[in-house]
Design a protein around this ligand. Structure first.
Ligand code: CP
Length: 333
């Protein structure tokens, strides 16, 4: 495997194979598998889980890693093509990425969306430009509209909990004080569809996921025997749900319009998941969230601390799936 950028690049069988490897490595560690291998980690944005699970995952497999966080102990990096670099950035990714790749056996990059130009973000313009100058295996650690490692961990979490593949999966918008990117909701709706679930995207007006994201998920659902729908009707969405996946994201009407976003979300503080959201769901309905989560803003304490919440299992599974991805990319056969 040379690239891990999007679950959609893999067949369902290949994803199941990666999940089986994650389970195997969890149960039977291979402390020498990546001996002498180095993973370079380039983080343009903050992280708790992704950064630490990558570093620990490499260590547990006998390899090592280094971390570059531009402008925090290393040069500020320019990513725009054709930029006149007379501002703060001292170096362009066109030099920096080949240099880092030459020191490493694989690179992982986190670079969130610009959040202004929907077409550019949907096309992963910035990430693709960096991928084009990386001649080593590359892992997407969250880009403009994707977070495949999180999606793989969430799939594993549902497998571990024996959530039925054909069950009802509700991806619900939840309140946050400011607009967040589309990476996790986009990856999540696709992952659940690819797993064969009947997916409902529950979101207020003004927060519909882009058509391209919904169409991609619908194609995955059609291939896997599931479905994808969307609504702003909370009761209808939650009826019979087996999973409620909470996520915050910014307005798409229009995308990146901070003034419209602020006006819309000011009315939406009641989009906080509280115990009464589960009155119509399946009895054993689970609450998922990729973390970080704002307590009593996005999800109430009673839900996060109650038996429905599997947010910690999702985070724990980040380690197992990172190890599977590294092993598949870097283990000597
Ligand atoms: N879920 C996730 O990617 O967490 P971090 O942003 O902390 O890495």
């Amino acid at each position: 495997m040379n690239r891990f950028l999007d679950l959609a690049d893999f067949s369902r069988e290949e994803v199941l194979d990666l999940l089986a490897l994650a389970k195997r490595l969890q149960e039977k560690p291979e402390p020498q598998a990546l001996s002498g291998r180095t993973l370079g980690l380039l983080f343009f944005n903050p992280s708790l889980r992704t950064l630490s699970s990558c570093q620990v995952g490499m260590t547990r497999l006998g390899g090592n890693s280094f971390v570059i966080t531009p402008n925090h102990g290393s040069w500020q990096l320019e990513t725009a093509q054709g930029a006149v670099m007379d501002g703060a950035a001292a170096e362009h990714v066109r030099e920096a990425i080949p240099v880092l790749a030459s020191y490493a056996d694989a690179l992982g990059i986190r670079a969130f969306a610009d959040g202004h130009d929907l077409a550019a973000d949907l096309a992963e313009t910035r990430f693709s430009a960096m991928a084009a100058v990386c001649d080593k295996p590359l892992i997407n650690l969250e880009s403009a509209v994707n977070h495949p490692c999180q999606a793989l961990a969430d799939w594993k979490t549902m497998d571990d909990l024996q959530v039925a593949a054909g069950g009802k999966f509700v991806l619900s918008w939840v309140y946050h004080p400011r607009a967040l990117p589309l990476a996790v909701p986009s990856a999540t709706v696709h992952m659940a569809a690819m797993r064969g679930m009947n997916v409902t995207v529950l979101r207020p007006e003004g927060f519909a996921l882009p058509t391209a994201i919904m169409d991609k998920a619908r194609s995955a659902a059609a291939a896997a025997g599931g479905s994808v729908s969307e609504t702003n009707d909370r009761d209808e969405a939650l009826e019979g749900a087996q999973v409620v996946y909470a996520k915050e994201w910014g307005t798409t009407a229009p995308y990146g319009d901070t003034e419209t976003d602020a006006k819309l979300r000011a009315q939406l503080r009641d989009w906080q998941i509280r115990p009464d959201w589960f009155e119509r769901t399946a009895n054993d309905c689970r609450l998922m969230h990729c973390l970080p989560v704002r307590r009593n803003v996005a999800v109430a304490d009673e839900v996060l601390d109650g038996p429905r919440s599997v947010v910690r299992q999702e985070a724990f599974n980040r380690l197992a799936v990172q190890m599977a991805v590294f092993h598949r990319m870097l283990a000597r056969q």
